[in-house]
Design a protein. Structure first.
Length: 73
């Protein structure tokens, strides 16, 4: 991961590097005891530059504590 700052507007941005052209999805939960199959799918990750990926959760402002996971598609 290259960054995971919470923005001033409360949104959360996840940034990381991986292989060029890789496809990822983001899952989220407020309860870590849930199985990953019960986490909410938030959508796909954008490759913003070759091998550099980013996902922003604008809805993070509505949740004081949220956990994120990546899935390879």
């Amino acid at each position: 991961m290259t960054g995971a700052p919470k923005q001033t507007n409360g949104a959360f941005t996840l940034a990381f590097t991986d292989s060029v052209g890789a496809l990822f999805g983001v899952l989220a939960t407020t309860n870590l005891s849930l199985l990953p199959t019960n986490w909410t799918s938030l959508g796909g990750v954008t490759e913003v530059a070759p091998g550099q990926f980013q996902f922003t959760d604008a809805q993070a402002t509505n949740t004081p504590s949220k956990f994120f996971g990546l899935t390879v598609l």
